[in-house]
Design a protein around this ligand. Structure first.
Ligand code: ADP
Ligand code: MG
Length: 254
Protein backbone atom coordinates (compact mmCIF):
# COMPACT_ATOMS: atom_id res chain seq x y z
CA UNK A 1 0.00 0.00 0.00
CA UNK A 2 2.63 2.50 1.09
CA UNK A 3 4.64 1.93 -2.07
CA UNK A 4 1.60 2.40 -4.29
CA UNK A 5 0.84 5.63 -2.47
CA UNK A 6 4.37 6.91 -2.84
CA UNK A 7 4.32 6.38 -6.60
CA UNK A 8 1.21 8.48 -7.04
CA UNK A 9 1.60 11.38 -9.37
CA UNK A 10 1.92 14.86 -8.01
CA UNK A 11 0.91 17.43 -10.57
CA UNK A 12 2.87 20.58 -11.44
CA UNK A 13 -0.31 22.51 -10.80
CA UNK A 14 -0.21 24.59 -7.62
CA UNK A 15 -3.12 23.95 -5.23
CA UNK A 16 -2.10 26.27 -2.41
CA UNK A 17 0.47 29.07 -2.43
CA UNK A 18 1.30 30.87 0.79
CA UNK A 19 3.82 33.67 0.60
CA UNK A 20 5.32 35.88 3.32
CA UNK A 21 2.21 35.35 5.38
CA UNK A 22 1.92 36.73 8.92
CA UNK A 23 -0.85 36.57 11.45
CA UNK A 24 -1.33 38.18 14.82
CA UNK A 25 -3.85 37.51 17.58
CA UNK A 26 -3.95 41.05 18.98
CA UNK A 27 -0.31 41.75 19.92
CA UNK A 28 0.70 38.11 19.64
CA UNK A 29 2.58 37.28 16.44
CA UNK A 30 1.27 33.74 15.94
CA UNK A 31 2.43 33.00 12.35
CA UNK A 32 5.73 34.43 11.14
CA UNK A 33 6.66 34.75 7.50
CA UNK A 34 5.06 31.52 6.31
CA UNK A 35 6.01 30.39 2.81
CA UNK A 36 4.61 27.18 1.44
CA UNK A 37 3.63 25.72 -1.92
CA UNK A 38 1.37 22.69 -2.16
CA UNK A 39 0.98 21.02 -5.54
CA UNK A 40 -2.14 19.22 -6.62
CA UNK A 41 -2.07 15.64 -5.34
CA UNK A 42 0.51 16.38 -2.64
CA UNK A 43 0.05 15.10 0.88
CA UNK A 44 1.64 17.27 3.53
CA UNK A 45 1.94 16.38 7.19
CA UNK A 46 2.35 19.33 9.56
CA UNK A 47 3.77 18.61 13.00
CA UNK A 48 5.27 20.56 15.86
CA UNK A 49 4.80 21.28 19.55
CA UNK A 50 1.49 22.34 21.02
CA UNK A 51 0.96 26.07 20.51
CA UNK A 52 3.31 26.30 17.51
CA UNK A 53 0.55 27.60 15.21
CA UNK A 54 -0.40 24.46 13.27
CA UNK A 55 -4.16 24.87 13.72
CA UNK A 56 -3.98 28.58 13.04
CA UNK A 57 -2.11 27.92 9.79
CA UNK A 58 -4.59 25.46 8.40
CA UNK A 59 -7.53 27.55 9.61
CA UNK A 60 -6.12 30.47 7.61
CA UNK A 61 -6.30 28.34 4.45
CA UNK A 62 -10.10 28.32 4.51
CA UNK A 63 -10.36 31.69 6.22
CA UNK A 64 -11.63 30.45 9.55
CA UNK A 65 -8.86 32.83 10.65
CA UNK A 66 -7.77 35.98 8.86
CA UNK A 67 -4.11 36.72 8.09
CA UNK A 68 -2.78 40.26 8.28
CA UNK A 69 0.01 40.31 5.71
CA UNK A 70 1.33 38.27 2.81
CA UNK A 71 -0.76 36.17 0.45
CA UNK A 72 -2.72 32.92 0.52
CA UNK A 73 -3.88 31.69 -2.87
CA UNK A 74 -6.03 28.56 -3.01
CA UNK A 75 -6.79 27.04 -6.41
CA UNK A 76 -5.94 30.35 -8.03
CA UNK A 77 -8.22 32.37 -5.75
CA UNK A 78 -6.58 34.81 -3.35
CA UNK A 79 -8.05 35.01 0.14
CA UNK A 80 -8.91 38.64 0.81
CA UNK A 81 -11.90 40.31 2.43
CA UNK A 82 -13.86 39.59 -0.74
CA UNK A 83 -16.65 37.28 0.42
CA UNK A 84 -17.05 35.83 -3.06
CA UNK A 85 -13.48 34.57 -2.95
CA UNK A 86 -13.92 33.18 0.55
CA UNK A 87 -17.03 31.27 -0.55
CA UNK A 88 -15.22 29.93 -3.60
CA UNK A 89 -12.26 28.72 -1.55
CA UNK A 90 -14.50 27.16 1.10
CA UNK A 91 -16.42 25.32 -1.58
CA UNK A 92 -13.19 23.65 -2.68
CA UNK A 93 -11.65 22.96 0.72
CA UNK A 94 -12.97 20.38 3.18
CA UNK A 95 -11.95 20.37 6.81
CA UNK A 96 -11.97 17.70 9.49
CA UNK A 97 -11.35 18.66 13.11
CA UNK A 98 -10.17 16.85 16.22
CA UNK A 99 -13.70 16.98 17.64
CA UNK A 100 -15.94 15.71 14.92
CA UNK A 101 -18.46 18.57 15.16
CA UNK A 102 -21.37 16.49 13.89
CA UNK A 103 -24.88 17.81 14.54
CA UNK A 104 -26.10 15.58 17.40
CA UNK A 105 -29.81 15.99 16.62
CA UNK A 106 -29.44 14.94 12.97
CA UNK A 107 -28.93 11.40 11.68
CA UNK A 108 -25.67 10.44 10.01
CA UNK A 109 -27.37 10.70 6.61
CA UNK A 110 -28.83 14.13 7.48
CA UNK A 111 -25.41 15.34 8.67
CA UNK A 112 -24.04 14.37 5.27
CA UNK A 113 -26.83 15.89 3.16
CA UNK A 114 -27.41 19.14 5.06
CA UNK A 115 -24.83 21.32 3.30
CA UNK A 116 -25.29 19.79 -0.18
CA UNK A 117 -29.06 20.43 0.05
CA UNK A 118 -29.04 23.87 1.69
CA UNK A 119 -25.78 25.36 0.44
CA UNK A 120 -25.40 23.67 -2.94
CA UNK A 121 -29.15 23.31 -3.64
CA UNK A 122 -28.59 19.67 -4.61
CA UNK A 123 -31.91 17.77 -4.92
CA UNK A 124 -32.46 15.65 -1.78
CA UNK A 125 -32.45 12.32 -3.63
CA UNK A 126 -29.15 13.06 -5.33
CA UNK A 127 -27.63 14.36 -2.06
CA UNK A 128 -28.69 11.15 -0.31
CA UNK A 129 -27.19 8.99 -3.06
CA UNK A 130 -23.92 10.89 -2.82
CA UNK A 131 -23.94 10.61 0.97
CA UNK A 132 -24.49 6.84 0.80
CA UNK A 133 -21.65 6.57 -1.72
CA UNK A 134 -19.24 8.23 0.73
CA UNK A 135 -20.62 6.38 3.75
CA UNK A 136 -19.81 3.17 1.84
CA UNK A 137 -16.35 4.51 1.16
CA UNK A 138 -15.69 5.12 4.86
CA UNK A 139 -17.24 1.69 5.53
CA UNK A 140 -20.26 2.60 7.65
CA UNK A 141 -23.27 2.70 5.31
CA UNK A 142 -25.27 0.66 7.86
CA UNK A 143 -25.06 3.57 10.33
CA UNK A 144 -26.83 6.04 8.03
CA UNK A 145 -30.03 6.27 10.06
CA UNK A 146 -28.45 6.42 13.50
CA UNK A 147 -27.54 9.54 15.46
CA UNK A 148 -23.92 10.57 16.16
CA UNK A 149 -24.26 9.70 19.87
CA UNK A 150 -24.94 6.07 18.92
CA UNK A 151 -21.59 5.73 17.10
CA UNK A 152 -18.06 5.21 18.40
CA UNK A 153 -15.55 8.05 18.14
CA UNK A 154 -13.80 6.41 15.20
CA UNK A 155 -17.10 5.97 13.37
CA UNK A 156 -18.08 9.58 14.06
CA UNK A 157 -14.79 10.81 12.66
CA UNK A 158 -15.31 8.72 9.53
CA UNK A 159 -18.76 10.31 9.19
CA UNK A 160 -17.09 13.72 9.49
CA UNK A 161 -14.75 12.77 6.63
CA UNK A 162 -17.67 11.46 4.53
CA UNK A 163 -19.63 14.64 5.25
CA UNK A 164 -16.74 16.73 3.98
CA UNK A 165 -16.38 14.60 0.86
CA UNK A 166 -20.08 15.09 0.04
CA UNK A 167 -19.19 18.70 -0.85
CA UNK A 168 -16.71 17.34 -3.44
CA UNK A 169 -13.68 19.25 -2.17
CA UNK A 170 -10.46 19.42 -4.17
CA UNK A 171 -8.35 19.87 -1.03
CA UNK A 172 -8.80 18.32 2.42
CA UNK A 173 -7.46 19.83 5.64
CA UNK A 174 -7.19 17.64 8.74
CA UNK A 175 -6.49 19.06 12.19
CA UNK A 176 -5.39 16.25 14.51
CA UNK A 177 -8.25 13.99 13.35
CA UNK A 178 -7.18 11.08 15.55
CA UNK A 179 -6.02 12.78 18.73
CA UNK A 180 -9.39 12.58 20.50
CA UNK A 181 -9.76 8.87 19.71
CA UNK A 182 -9.04 5.76 21.71
CA UNK A 183 -6.03 3.87 20.33
CA UNK A 184 -8.08 1.05 18.79
CA UNK A 185 -10.04 3.56 16.70
CA UNK A 186 -7.10 5.50 15.34
CA UNK A 187 -6.28 2.92 12.68
CA UNK A 188 -9.74 2.92 11.11
CA UNK A 189 -9.58 6.69 10.65
CA UNK A 190 -6.01 6.62 9.33
CA UNK A 191 -7.00 3.86 6.89
CA UNK A 192 -9.75 6.12 5.55
CA UNK A 193 -7.24 8.94 5.14
CA UNK A 194 -4.76 6.64 3.41
CA UNK A 195 -7.46 5.55 0.98
CA UNK A 196 -8.22 9.20 0.23
CA UNK A 197 -4.52 9.84 -0.38
CA UNK A 198 -4.34 6.89 -2.77
CA UNK A 199 -7.20 8.37 -4.75
CA UNK A 200 -5.11 11.49 -5.32
CA UNK A 201 -6.67 13.96 -2.89
CA UNK A 202 -4.54 16.99 -2.05
CA UNK A 203 -4.20 16.78 1.72
CA UNK A 204 -2.76 18.86 4.55
CA UNK A 205 -2.80 16.94 7.78
CA UNK A 206 -1.82 18.20 11.19
CA UNK A 207 -0.99 14.98 12.99
CA UNK A 208 1.54 13.37 15.23
CA UNK A 209 0.91 9.97 13.67
CA UNK A 210 4.38 9.52 12.30
CA UNK A 211 3.60 6.11 10.82
CA UNK A 212 0.97 7.82 8.70
CA UNK A 213 3.48 10.51 7.72
CA UNK A 214 5.99 7.88 6.65
CA UNK A 215 3.46 5.89 4.67
CA UNK A 216 1.59 8.68 2.94
CA UNK A 217 3.23 12.11 3.06
CA UNK A 218 5.28 13.60 0.28
CA UNK A 219 6.57 16.13 2.73
CA UNK A 220 6.66 16.71 6.47
CA UNK A 221 6.57 20.31 7.67
CA UNK A 222 7.83 21.05 11.17
CA UNK A 223 6.58 24.18 12.92
CA UNK A 224 7.75 25.82 16.12
CA UNK A 225 6.84 29.21 17.60
CA UNK A 226 4.83 30.27 14.56
CA UNK A 227 7.51 29.46 12.01
CA UNK A 228 8.17 26.69 9.54
CA UNK A 229 11.48 25.51 10.91
CA UNK A 230 12.13 22.67 8.50
CA UNK A 231 10.42 20.65 5.76
CA UNK A 232 11.56 17.56 3.98
CA UNK A 233 10.51 14.23 2.49
CA UNK A 234 9.55 11.90 5.37
CA UNK A 235 12.56 9.63 5.00
CA UNK A 236 15.03 12.51 5.27
CA UNK A 237 12.95 14.34 7.85
CA UNK A 238 12.99 11.41 10.27
CA UNK A 239 16.45 10.03 9.58
CA UNK A 240 18.31 13.29 9.27
CA UNK A 241 16.53 16.20 10.99
CA UNK A 242 18.44 19.43 10.49
CA UNK A 243 17.58 21.78 13.33
CA UNK A 244 18.00 21.19 17.05
CA UNK A 245 14.34 22.06 17.59
CA UNK A 246 13.28 19.31 15.19
CA UNK A 247 15.63 16.81 16.82
CA UNK A 248 14.25 17.65 20.25
CA UNK A 249 10.65 17.33 19.04
CA UNK A 250 11.30 13.97 17.37
CA UNK A 251 13.07 12.66 20.45
CA UNK A 252 9.94 13.45 22.45
CA UNK A 253 7.37 11.86 20.17
CA UNK A 254 9.11 8.86 18.56
P1 ADP B 1 -1.23 24.41 17.66
O1 ADP B 1 -2.37 23.99 16.80
O2 ADP B 1 0.10 24.22 17.01
O3 ADP B 1 -1.27 23.79 19.02
P2 ADP B 1 -2.55 26.99 17.65
O4 ADP B 1 -2.55 27.44 16.23
O5 ADP B 1 -3.81 26.44 18.18
O6 ADP B 1 -1.33 25.98 17.89
O7 ADP B 1 -2.14 28.18 18.60
C1 ADP B 1 -0.95 28.93 18.41
C2 ADP B 1 -0.85 29.97 19.49
O8 ADP B 1 -1.88 30.94 19.31
C3 ADP B 1 -1.01 29.45 20.90
O9 ADP B 1 -0.12 30.17 21.73
C4 ADP B 1 -2.44 29.75 21.24
O10 ADP B 1 -2.61 29.95 22.62
C5 ADP B 1 -2.68 31.04 20.47
N1 ADP B 1 -4.08 31.18 20.04
C6 ADP B 1 -4.79 30.27 19.34
N2 ADP B 1 -6.02 30.73 19.05
C7 ADP B 1 -6.08 31.98 19.59
C8 ADP B 1 -7.09 32.98 19.65
N3 ADP B 1 -8.29 32.80 19.05
N4 ADP B 1 -6.80 34.14 20.29
C9 ADP B 1 -5.60 34.33 20.85
N5 ADP B 1 -4.60 33.43 20.83
C10 ADP B 1 -4.83 32.27 20.22
MG1 MG C 1 -3.90 22.61 17.13
Amino acid sequence: MAEATKKMQVSDEVAIQISSMNKWYGQFHVLRDINMTVHRGERIVICGPSGSGKSTLIRCINRLEEHQSGRIVVDGTELTNDLKNIDKVRSEVGMVFQHFNLFPHLTILENCTLAPIWVRKTPRKEAEETAMHYLHKVKIPEQAHKYPGQLSGGQQQRVAIARSLCMKPRIMLFDEPTSALDPEMIKEVLDTMIQLAEEGMTMLCVTHEMGFAQAVANRVVFMDQGQIVEQNAPKEFFSNPQSDRTKLFLSQIL
